[in-house]
Design a protein around this ligand. Sequence first.
Ligand SMILES: [Zn+2]
Length: 378
Amino acid sequence: MRHLFLNGPVQNGPFTFATRPGKAVGIRLAAALNAILGLPPAPHLWNTVTLTGDLRHREADGPKIPRQRFEADLIADKYLPRQSPVGGIMTDTDAEVARLALEMIENNLRAGTLTISRETVPTCRTCGHMTGTGGHPCNACGSTDTGERMGLRLVAELAKDRPVLDRSDIHASHRQQPKHLQHTAGNVAERLILSRTRDHGIDLSPLGLNGLVLDPRVGVHATVLAAARRHQADTAVMTITENAANHIAAHGQHFREHDGTRLQYALHGHLPYDHTASLQPLHEAYRASQAVKDGFEAWFLPLFSLRIKAVTRPDQLPALFKQYMRAHMATLAEVDGAAFEAVQDAVSAGNTEWITDKQALANVMANCGPALATIPWV
Ligand SMILES: [Zn+2]
Protein backbone atom coordinates (compact mmCIF):
# COMPACT_ATOMS: atom_id res chain seq x y z
CA MET A 1 0.00 0.00 0.00
CA ARG A 2 1.42 3.37 -0.96
CA HIS A 3 -0.59 6.01 0.89
CA LEU A 4 -2.73 5.82 3.98
CA PHE A 5 -4.59 8.89 5.25
CA LEU A 6 -4.75 9.29 9.03
CA ASN A 7 -6.22 12.03 11.14
CA GLY A 8 -3.96 14.34 13.10
CA PRO A 9 -4.60 12.92 16.61
CA VAL A 10 -7.59 14.71 18.18
CA GLN A 11 -7.12 16.11 21.69
CA ASN A 12 -9.25 14.11 24.11
CA GLY A 13 -11.03 17.15 25.53
CA PRO A 14 -14.49 17.54 27.05
CA PHE A 15 -16.75 17.31 23.97
CA THR A 16 -18.64 14.77 21.89
CA PHE A 17 -18.83 14.62 18.09
CA ALA A 18 -22.54 15.35 18.38
CA THR A 19 -21.83 18.68 20.10
CA ARG A 20 -18.61 19.54 18.23
CA PRO A 21 -18.76 17.94 14.77
CA GLY A 22 -15.93 20.22 13.63
CA LYS A 23 -13.56 18.10 15.74
CA ALA A 24 -14.16 15.17 13.38
CA VAL A 25 -13.19 16.90 10.12
CA GLY A 26 -9.70 15.34 10.01
CA ILE A 27 -11.08 11.87 10.78
CA ARG A 28 -13.79 12.13 8.11
CA LEU A 29 -11.45 13.60 5.53
CA ALA A 30 -8.98 10.75 6.04
CA ALA A 31 -11.83 8.21 5.81
CA ALA A 32 -13.14 9.74 2.57
CA LEU A 33 -9.71 9.75 0.90
CA ASN A 34 -9.01 6.16 2.00
CA ALA A 35 -12.44 5.11 0.67
CA ILE A 36 -11.64 6.64 -2.73
CA LEU A 37 -8.34 4.74 -2.86
CA GLY A 38 -10.18 1.53 -1.94
CA LEU A 39 -8.23 1.15 1.31
CA PRO A 40 -9.54 -0.47 4.48
CA PRO A 41 -10.74 1.89 7.26
CA ALA A 42 -7.85 3.38 9.23
CA PRO A 43 -7.87 3.72 13.02
CA HIS A 44 -9.03 7.00 14.56
CA LEU A 45 -6.09 8.63 16.33
CA TRP A 46 -6.32 10.42 19.69
CA ASN A 47 -3.96 12.67 21.65
CA THR A 48 -4.25 11.91 25.37
CA VAL A 49 -0.96 13.39 26.61
CA THR A 50 -2.24 16.75 27.81
CA LEU A 51 -1.93 18.78 30.97
CA THR A 52 -5.70 19.29 31.06
CA GLY A 53 -6.04 15.49 30.93
CA ASP A 54 -3.68 15.21 33.92
CA LEU A 55 -5.77 17.70 35.87
CA ARG A 56 -9.08 16.06 34.87
CA HIS A 57 -7.78 12.69 36.07
CA ARG A 58 -6.43 14.10 39.34
CA GLU A 59 -9.70 15.87 40.08
CA ALA A 60 -12.08 13.07 39.01
CA ASP A 61 -14.51 11.95 41.71
CA GLY A 62 -14.93 8.41 42.89
CA PRO A 63 -12.46 5.50 42.88
CA LYS A 64 -9.24 6.12 40.94
CA ILE A 65 -9.40 4.57 37.50
CA PRO A 66 -6.01 3.87 35.83
CA ARG A 67 -5.21 6.72 33.44
CA GLN A 68 -5.11 4.60 30.25
CA ARG A 69 -8.60 3.30 31.03
CA PHE A 70 -9.80 6.76 32.05
CA GLU A 71 -8.78 8.16 28.65
CA ALA A 72 -10.23 5.17 26.77
CA ASP A 73 -13.61 5.67 28.49
CA LEU A 74 -13.61 9.38 27.61
CA ILE A 75 -12.81 8.54 23.98
CA ALA A 76 -15.58 5.92 23.81
CA ASP A 77 -18.05 8.54 25.05
CA LYS A 78 -17.24 10.73 22.04
CA TYR A 79 -19.03 8.31 19.72
CA LEU A 80 -22.70 7.48 19.48
CA PRO A 81 -23.66 3.93 20.52
CA ARG A 82 -22.76 1.38 17.80
CA GLN A 83 -20.59 3.94 15.98
CA SER A 84 -17.20 3.03 17.39
CA PRO A 85 -14.71 3.11 14.51
CA VAL A 86 -14.44 0.04 12.29
CA GLY A 87 -10.67 0.57 11.97
CA GLY A 88 -10.26 0.84 15.74
CA ILE A 89 -8.84 3.53 17.99
CA MET A 90 -5.18 4.29 18.61
CA THR A 91 -3.90 6.74 21.22
CA ASP A 92 -0.55 8.46 21.54
CA THR A 93 0.42 6.27 24.49
CA ASP A 94 -0.44 2.83 23.07
CA ALA A 95 2.35 0.28 23.50
CA GLU A 96 3.11 0.06 19.76
CA VAL A 97 3.33 3.86 19.54
CA ALA A 98 5.68 4.02 22.54
CA ARG A 99 7.88 1.27 21.05
CA LEU A 100 8.14 3.06 17.74
CA ALA A 101 8.79 6.44 19.38
CA LEU A 102 11.65 5.01 21.46
CA GLU A 103 13.15 3.36 18.36
CA MET A 104 13.05 6.70 16.55
CA ILE A 105 14.56 8.55 19.51
CA GLU A 106 17.40 6.02 19.73
CA ASN A 107 18.10 6.36 15.99
CA ASN A 108 18.15 10.15 16.34
CA LEU A 109 20.46 9.97 19.37
CA ARG A 110 22.87 7.82 17.36
CA ALA A 111 22.69 10.26 14.44
CA GLY A 112 23.30 13.20 16.76
CA THR A 113 20.08 15.02 15.79
CA LEU A 114 18.85 14.51 19.36
CA THR A 115 20.94 14.72 22.51
CA ILE A 116 20.40 14.12 26.19
CA SER A 117 21.94 17.06 28.00
CA ARG A 118 21.83 19.05 31.21
CA GLU A 119 19.52 21.99 30.79
CA THR A 120 18.24 24.67 33.09
CA VAL A 121 14.50 25.17 32.66
CA PRO A 122 11.83 27.14 34.56
CA THR A 123 10.17 24.68 36.94
CA CYS A 124 7.48 24.90 39.61
CA ARG A 125 9.02 24.48 43.08
CA THR A 126 5.72 23.23 44.49
CA CYS A 127 4.88 20.38 42.08
CA GLY A 128 7.91 20.03 39.80
CA HIS A 129 6.03 20.88 36.57
CA MET A 130 8.09 22.47 33.77
CA THR A 131 6.37 25.85 33.49
CA GLY A 132 7.98 27.26 30.37
CA THR A 133 9.19 30.83 30.06
CA GLY A 134 7.15 33.92 30.86
CA GLY A 135 7.03 33.97 34.65
CA HIS A 136 3.31 33.02 34.83
CA PRO A 137 1.88 30.84 37.65
CA CYS A 138 2.31 27.07 37.26
CA ASN A 139 -0.30 25.68 34.86
CA ALA A 140 -0.48 22.40 36.82
CA CYS A 141 -0.96 23.63 40.41
CA GLY A 142 -1.29 27.42 40.24
CA SER A 143 1.75 28.07 42.44
CA THR A 144 3.74 31.23 41.73
CA ASP A 145 6.84 29.75 43.33
CA THR A 146 8.79 28.93 40.16
CA GLY A 147 12.49 28.98 39.46
CA GLU A 148 15.25 27.61 37.28
CA ARG A 149 16.05 23.96 37.78
CA MET A 150 18.88 21.98 36.21
CA GLY A 151 18.28 18.45 34.98
CA LEU A 152 18.73 15.98 32.13
CA ARG A 153 16.47 16.69 29.14
CA LEU A 154 15.92 15.31 25.67
CA VAL A 155 16.88 18.04 23.21
CA ALA A 156 16.42 18.33 19.43
CA GLU A 157 18.74 20.36 17.26
CA LEU A 158 16.92 21.71 14.23
CA ALA A 159 18.59 20.72 10.98
CA LYS A 160 20.70 23.55 9.55
CA ASP A 161 20.76 22.25 5.99
CA ARG A 162 16.99 22.22 5.39
CA PRO A 163 13.90 24.16 6.49
CA VAL A 164 11.57 22.87 9.24
CA LEU A 165 9.00 22.19 6.51
CA ASP A 166 9.86 21.70 2.88
CA ARG A 167 7.77 20.70 -0.11
CA SER A 168 8.27 17.00 0.46
CA ASP A 169 6.67 17.30 3.91
CA ILE A 170 3.39 18.54 2.46
CA HIS A 171 0.96 16.33 0.58
CA ALA A 172 -0.08 18.87 -2.04
CA SER A 173 0.55 19.77 -5.63
CA HIS A 174 3.09 22.49 -6.39
CA ARG A 175 0.38 25.16 -6.71
CA GLN A 176 -1.12 24.35 -3.31
CA GLN A 177 2.09 24.54 -1.29
CA PRO A 178 1.42 26.52 1.92
CA LYS A 179 4.17 29.15 1.69
CA HIS A 180 2.93 31.06 4.75
CA LEU A 181 3.04 27.92 6.90
CA GLN A 182 6.49 26.98 5.62
CA HIS A 183 7.65 30.40 6.77
CA THR A 184 5.95 30.48 10.19
CA ALA A 185 6.80 26.86 11.08
CA GLY A 186 10.48 27.73 10.74
CA ASN A 187 10.19 30.55 13.27
CA VAL A 188 11.29 28.54 16.30
CA ALA A 189 14.28 28.19 18.58
CA GLU A 190 17.17 26.17 17.15
CA ARG A 191 17.05 23.82 20.15
CA LEU A 192 13.79 22.31 21.35
CA ILE A 193 13.30 20.42 24.61
CA LEU A 194 11.35 17.26 23.76
CA SER A 195 10.94 15.88 27.29
CA ARG A 196 8.08 17.09 29.47
CA THR A 197 6.67 16.73 32.96
CA ARG A 198 3.29 14.98 32.70
CA ASP A 199 1.45 12.30 34.65
CA HIS A 200 0.76 10.38 31.43
CA GLY A 201 2.73 9.88 28.23
CA ILE A 202 5.51 7.92 26.56
CA ASP A 203 7.85 7.21 29.47
CA LEU A 204 11.43 8.29 28.82
CA SER A 205 12.95 6.46 31.80
CA PRO A 206 14.44 3.78 29.47
CA LEU A 207 16.73 6.63 28.32
CA GLY A 208 17.61 7.62 31.87
CA LEU A 209 15.12 10.50 31.91
CA ASN A 210 13.22 9.45 34.98
CA GLY A 211 9.85 11.09 35.57
CA LEU A 212 9.75 12.62 32.09
CA VAL A 213 7.59 11.81 29.07
CA LEU A 214 7.95 12.58 25.38
CA ASP A 215 6.51 15.92 24.25
CA PRO A 216 3.05 15.16 22.77
CA ARG A 217 3.91 17.22 19.67
CA VAL A 218 6.47 14.50 18.89
CA GLY A 219 4.15 11.73 20.08
CA VAL A 220 1.42 12.55 17.56
CA HIS A 221 3.92 11.96 14.74
CA ALA A 222 4.87 8.57 16.22
CA THR A 223 1.15 7.73 16.50
CA VAL A 224 0.54 8.39 12.80
CA LEU A 225 3.64 6.42 11.79
CA ALA A 226 2.65 3.49 14.02
CA ALA A 227 -0.80 3.36 12.40
CA ALA A 228 0.82 3.46 8.95
CA ARG A 229 3.22 0.69 9.91
CA ARG A 230 0.33 -1.49 11.09
CA HIS A 231 -1.20 -1.09 7.61
CA GLN A 232 2.15 -1.40 5.80
CA ALA A 233 1.77 1.99 4.10
CA ASP A 234 4.81 3.71 2.58
CA THR A 235 3.45 7.20 3.15
CA ALA A 236 1.31 8.25 6.10
CA VAL A 237 -0.62 11.38 5.24
CA MET A 238 -1.76 13.26 8.36
CA THR A 239 -4.87 15.41 7.87
CA ILE A 240 -4.44 18.59 9.90
CA THR A 241 -5.31 22.29 9.99
CA GLU A 242 -2.63 24.84 9.22
CA ASN A 243 -2.67 26.13 12.81
CA ALA A 244 -2.15 22.68 14.25
CA ALA A 245 0.60 21.91 11.73
CA ASN A 246 2.32 25.16 12.69
CA HIS A 247 2.20 24.06 16.32
CA ILE A 248 3.81 20.63 15.80
CA ALA A 249 5.96 20.86 12.65
CA ALA A 250 9.26 21.83 14.30
CA HIS A 251 8.89 19.15 16.98
CA GLY A 252 8.20 16.62 14.24
CA GLN A 253 11.21 17.46 12.12
CA HIS A 254 13.18 14.36 13.13
CA PHE A 255 10.05 12.19 13.43
CA ARG A 256 8.62 12.18 9.92
CA GLU A 257 10.43 9.14 8.57
CA HIS A 258 11.07 5.73 10.00
CA ASP A 259 12.00 2.40 8.52
CA GLY A 260 10.95 3.31 4.97
CA THR A 261 7.67 4.94 6.02
CA ARG A 262 7.37 8.69 5.74
CA LEU A 263 4.88 11.17 7.07
CA GLN A 264 3.38 14.11 5.19
CA TYR A 265 0.79 16.69 6.20
CA ALA A 266 -2.42 17.30 4.21
CA LEU A 267 -3.87 20.64 5.25
CA HIS A 268 -7.57 21.31 5.58
CA GLY A 269 -9.71 24.26 6.68
CA HIS A 270 -12.48 24.80 9.22
CA LEU A 271 -16.16 24.13 8.44
CA PRO A 272 -19.32 25.94 9.65
CA TYR A 273 -21.13 22.85 10.95
CA ASP A 274 -23.10 24.98 13.43
CA HIS A 275 -24.98 26.54 10.51
CA THR A 276 -26.04 23.47 8.52
CA ALA A 277 -29.62 23.83 9.85
CA SER A 278 -29.96 26.71 7.36
CA LEU A 279 -29.97 24.09 4.58
CA GLN A 280 -33.43 22.83 5.55
CA PRO A 281 -35.29 24.61 2.69
CA LEU A 282 -32.79 23.21 0.17
CA HIS A 283 -33.13 19.71 1.61
CA GLU A 284 -36.86 19.96 0.97
CA ALA A 285 -36.49 21.50 -2.47
CA TYR A 286 -34.24 18.61 -3.56
CA ARG A 287 -36.24 16.00 -1.60
CA ALA A 288 -32.87 14.81 -0.28
CA SER A 289 -32.93 11.51 1.60
CA GLN A 290 -31.31 11.27 5.04
CA ALA A 291 -28.37 9.34 3.56
CA VAL A 292 -27.78 12.03 0.95
CA LYS A 293 -27.99 14.80 3.56
CA ASP A 294 -25.59 12.92 5.85
CA GLY A 295 -23.10 12.40 3.02
CA PHE A 296 -22.89 16.15 2.46
CA GLU A 297 -21.77 16.72 6.04
CA ALA A 298 -19.85 13.48 6.61
CA TRP A 299 -17.56 13.49 3.60
CA PHE A 300 -18.35 16.20 1.03
CA LEU A 301 -17.70 19.17 3.35
CA PRO A 302 -14.44 17.64 4.71
CA LEU A 303 -13.25 17.12 1.12
CA PHE A 304 -14.20 20.69 0.29
CA SER A 305 -12.08 21.89 3.24
CA LEU A 306 -9.12 20.10 1.65
CA ARG A 307 -9.74 21.93 -1.63
CA ILE A 308 -10.31 25.36 -0.03
CA LYS A 309 -8.17 25.61 3.07
CA ALA A 310 -9.48 28.96 4.26
CA VAL A 311 -12.42 28.99 6.69
CA THR A 312 -15.63 28.07 4.84
CA ARG A 313 -18.28 30.71 5.60
CA PRO A 314 -21.87 29.81 6.58
CA ASP A 315 -23.19 31.76 3.57
CA GLN A 316 -21.28 29.41 1.24
CA LEU A 317 -23.25 26.36 2.42
CA PRO A 318 -26.27 26.65 0.07
CA ALA A 319 -24.07 26.90 -3.04
CA LEU A 320 -21.99 23.95 -1.83
CA PHE A 321 -25.08 21.85 -1.20
CA LYS A 322 -26.32 22.60 -4.74
CA GLN A 323 -22.92 21.65 -6.14
CA TYR A 324 -23.04 18.37 -4.20
CA MET A 325 -26.62 17.62 -5.34
CA ARG A 326 -25.78 18.30 -9.00
CA ALA A 327 -22.95 15.74 -8.78
CA HIS A 328 -25.26 13.34 -6.97
CA MET A 329 -27.84 13.60 -9.78
CA ALA A 330 -25.12 13.10 -12.40
CA THR A 331 -24.23 9.69 -10.90
CA LEU A 332 -27.24 8.28 -12.74
CA ALA A 333 -25.26 8.62 -15.97
CA GLU A 334 -22.89 5.86 -17.04
CA VAL A 335 -19.93 5.18 -14.71
CA ASP A 336 -16.59 6.18 -16.23
CA GLY A 337 -13.88 3.88 -14.86
CA ALA A 338 -10.95 5.72 -16.45
CA ALA A 339 -12.11 9.06 -15.07
CA PHE A 340 -12.40 7.52 -11.61
CA GLU A 341 -8.84 6.20 -11.84
CA ALA A 342 -7.73 9.75 -12.68
CA VAL A 343 -9.35 10.90 -9.41
CA GLN A 344 -7.50 8.17 -7.51
CA ASP A 345 -4.22 9.36 -9.06
CA ALA A 346 -5.08 12.93 -8.05
CA VAL A 347 -5.75 11.84 -4.44
CA SER A 348 -2.39 10.05 -4.31
CA ALA A 349 -0.60 13.09 -5.76
CA GLY A 350 -2.29 15.62 -3.46
CA ASN A 351 -4.25 17.34 -6.25
CA THR A 352 -7.65 18.63 -5.20
CA GLU A 353 -9.15 20.25 -8.33
CA TRP A 354 -11.42 17.22 -8.89
CA ILE A 355 -13.36 17.99 -5.67
CA THR A 356 -15.08 20.96 -7.31
CA ASP A 357 -15.52 19.21 -10.69
CA LYS A 358 -19.10 17.92 -11.00
CA GLN A 359 -18.29 15.00 -13.29
CA ALA A 360 -15.28 13.85 -11.26
CA LEU A 361 -17.31 13.99 -8.06
CA ALA A 362 -20.17 12.09 -9.71
CA ASN A 363 -17.70 9.36 -10.67
CA VAL A 364 -16.48 9.16 -7.09
CA MET A 365 -20.05 8.82 -5.82
CA ALA A 366 -20.84 6.14 -8.41
CA ASN A 367 -17.67 4.15 -7.70
CA CYS A 368 -17.41 4.37 -3.92
CA GLY A 369 -20.83 5.40 -2.69
CA PRO A 370 -21.14 2.40 -0.31
CA ALA A 371 -17.68 3.01 1.21
CA LEU A 372 -18.40 6.72 1.65
CA ALA A 373 -21.76 5.87 3.24
CA THR A 374 -19.94 4.07 6.07
CA ILE A 375 -18.41 7.38 7.24
CA PRO A 376 -20.79 8.03 10.11
CA TRP A 377 -22.60 11.27 10.66
CA VAL A 378 -24.01 12.24 14.05
ZN1 LIG B 1 3.08 23.45 40.08
